[in-house]
Design a protein. Structure first.
Length: 648
């Protein structure tokens, strides 16, 4: 019902069933036919003077209606542009017309349908691009015209869900009487539902703050959830354990999850990172829509009237960087480039150019709004809601004490040389060994050995990996970024290899390995003569639990301890500090001690007391992050904290 080939197949079947060819009508013809029915008294009116039923129809009028009913079933775009109504951002009820973001969205839907896949899309987007409305109209089309369609729609809370339900109700109520399905049950509101008995189709309204899983007790084949980033930790129960367990892969499935970024942490961000890295193996197709595809929204003529572009204005540095990033993103995303260039040509009347550049008006709009956000300390939310790419959309929610300029300078100037390794050997489970597809077979493997004072020997092998990310699906309507930083999960990233005459320390925070919080091992070279500490390596995985962590820690400690010796360095082997509070780090620590490792951090209270407090030993091994956390006696005032960072 979306792609040209599937629409043609449906029309061919409909024409055989009806016995006459289907004719595409213009919007004006649709308007004129409805005016004809009213003027000719073809509607029987109820007590309030509203059309209640058709009457005295001619054969021509019946065929006209059958033509429209069949075309609306066969072609979703025909239904949308002829019969779907919406309330605009200015509060005007008007007929639907495709905007650029919706054209891009629709092309992706067509592509998935053409390939016979379930249409399940994760839409990460800037604000006010019409994604929520468009998704509601597409769900409405399925519910109104097809049989056996169970649907669920919802937003982050009851109020927002109520607003979404009114989009569908408006669309239904604006349909001509002869095209409108009869709702045998209609309960409006944020917890309402509609049932169409004649076709056994239905829709229920649920929301992200409810106490039970979405679609629990039902088996929907279409769904639309909005503002999913605001669901928080409840998304696991609502979607993973609720909705997705009820929706099974089928070409009939149509599902949309959409939201702005809000944060780089949590269910929404993690699901985006996973989907982007693993499509088409992932469930959801990752679609990002940047703010500048909203050419009719950003900026509005009224906004420009109040803020004309100064005659000699030139973009400032922040704007220039944002524009360059946006133009690169469009150039690497053919679908965006196709629609933005076509729209530019349509608006200007000029031949279509080869490469898109951001219009001057949009550059000015971004600079003015960014300057205000910068002054108010709300840059993160500005980037989230006017995102140029998915990295900007998934900004962290809180403002850094250093500001975006400082962070940007660090990001652009810092060295990016590193090597990635997988680890195999002593006590490393097969599930954690590297995927053969990731191995760099042209690079040498690094043998690692640890010999304890008891004469026991343990061996590992560091396997070089190709750390260039997952390549995009060449058939996808929305190509993915050719590199993927999240591919670092489960890999040892080495920034500085071990060197003589350096003292190394290792900070460790273990986890349950259930895919939520990560086990992190961070290696640092201790600064000398006032020099800062330097991070040398890091390993992070949400799938390595506290029972398995010891083998990874010991292997990394052995690797960085190979040049250490008492007399030339502070210790004979790396100084290991493992978090103990609510992390079960003592399991890894105990196992390492059994294997002969002994150089662990020991707690010493700032106040010098030796009594135990709140379960924290006064001199026990391991780090306890409590109010009485303290410095080790054998260091120079540093505390190894979460993720191995150091502070004085």
């Amino acid at each position: 019902m979306y792609s040209d080939s599937r629409v043609k197949e449906r029309i061919d079947l409909a024409e055989k069933e009806l016995g006459f060819p289907l004719i595409y009508r213009t919007v004006q013809e649709v308007i004129e036919f409805e005016a004809h029915l009213l003027a000719s008294n073809k509607y029987a009116l109820d007590a309030q003077g509203r059309p209640a039923a058709t009457q005295n129809l001619t054969a021509m009028e019946v065929r006209w209606m059958q033509n429209e009913q069949a075309l609306c079933m066969c072609d979703a775009a025909y239904f949308l542009t002829r019969y779907a109504f919406l309330r605009s951002e200015e509060g005007i009820i008007q007929r639907f017309r495709f905007r650029v973001p919706q054209r891009i969205f629709f092309d992706i839907i067509c592509d998935l349908e053409e390939r016979g896949l379930a249409i399940e899309i994760m839409a990460l987007k800037a604000r006010q691009l019409g994604v929520s409305l468009f998704s509601e109209l597409l769900i409405s089309h399925r519910v109104f015209f097809y049989s056996g369609v169970g649907s669920v729609i919802g937003s982050a809370d009851q109020t927002k869900t109520g607003e979404m339900s009114r989009m569908m109700l408006l669309c239904l109520d604006m349909l001509p009487l002869w095209l409108r399905p009869t709702a045998t049950t209609r309960v409006e509101g944020d917890r309402g539902r509609m049932i169409f008995g004649a076709t056994s189709s239905s829709v229920s309204f649920q929301h992200g703050s409810q106490k039970f899983g979405i679609a629990t007790g039902s088996t929907p084949i279409s769904y639309h959830l909005s503002e999913v980033a605001l669901y928080g930790d409840s998304a696991v129960m609502l979607i993973d354990e609720g909705l997705w367990k009820a929706v099974h892969a089928s070409p009939r499935v149509f599902g949309i999850l959409e939201s702005t970024g809000r944060s780089n942490k949590g269910w929404w961000a993690e699901t985006w990172y996973y989907s982007k890295a693993h499509w088409p193996q992932s469930r959801m197709f990752p679609m990002f829509l940047p703010w500048y595809v909203g050419v009719d929204m950003y900026p509005k003529p009224t906004w420009m009237l109040g803020r004309p572009i100064p005659e000699r204005w030139r973009p400032d540095r922040d704007t220039a960087e944002h524009v360059a990033k946006a133009e690169l993103f469009v150039a690497s995303t053919p679908l965006l480039s196709k629609h933005l260039l076509a729209e530019e040509s349509r608006r200007t009347g000029q031949p279509q150019r080869a490469r898109w550049t951001m219009p001057r008006e949009q550059q000015w709009f971004w600079e003015v709004t960014h300057a205000e956000a910068k002054q108010k300390g709300t840059e993160s939310s500005h980037f989230q809601e006017l995102a140029g790419d998915d990295e900007e959309a998934l900004q962290r929610s809180t403002e850094s004490a250093f500001g975006h300029e400082t962070i940007a300078a660090i990001e652009t100037r810092r060295a990016r040389a590193y090597t990635a390794y997988g680890i195999s050997g002593q006590s490393i489970e097969d599930a954690h060994e590297p995927d053969p597809a990731d191995i760099d077979y042209g690079a040498a493997r690094v043998p690692v050995r640890y010999a304890s004072q008891r004469g026991e020997s343990y061996r590992w092998e560091f396997i070089p990996l190709r750390f260039d990310g997952y390549k995009s699906d060449p058939l996808a309507a929305y190509p993915l970024d050719p590199t993927n930083p999240d591919d670092a999960i489960g890999k040892l990233i080495v920034f500085h290899a071990p060197r003589p005459n350096l003292s190394y320390s290792i900070g460790v925070d273990t986890s349950e390995g259930k895919g939520q919080d990560a086990t992190v091992i961070s290696v640092w070279a201790s600064g000398r003569r006032g020099d800062p500490d330097i991070q040398c390596a890091e390993f992070a995985s949400p799938y390595v639990n506290h029972v398995e962590a010891f083998s990874f820690i010991l292997a990394i400690a052995a690797y960085y301890g190979q040049h250490m010796a008492v007399g030339t360095t502070r210790w004979k082997e790396p100084y290991v500090s493992i978090e103990q509070v609510a992390a079960v780090g003592d399991t890894a620590q105990l196992q390492m001690r059994k294997m002969g490792y002994s150089n662990f951090h020991r707690m010493t209270r700032y106040d010098g007391k030796r009594t135990k407090s709140a379960g924290t030993p006064s001199r026990g091994p391991g780090h306890y992050s409590r109010a009485t956390s303290c410095t080790p006696r054998r260091t120079t005032g540093r505390i190894l904290t979460r993720r191995g960072s150091s502070r004085r």
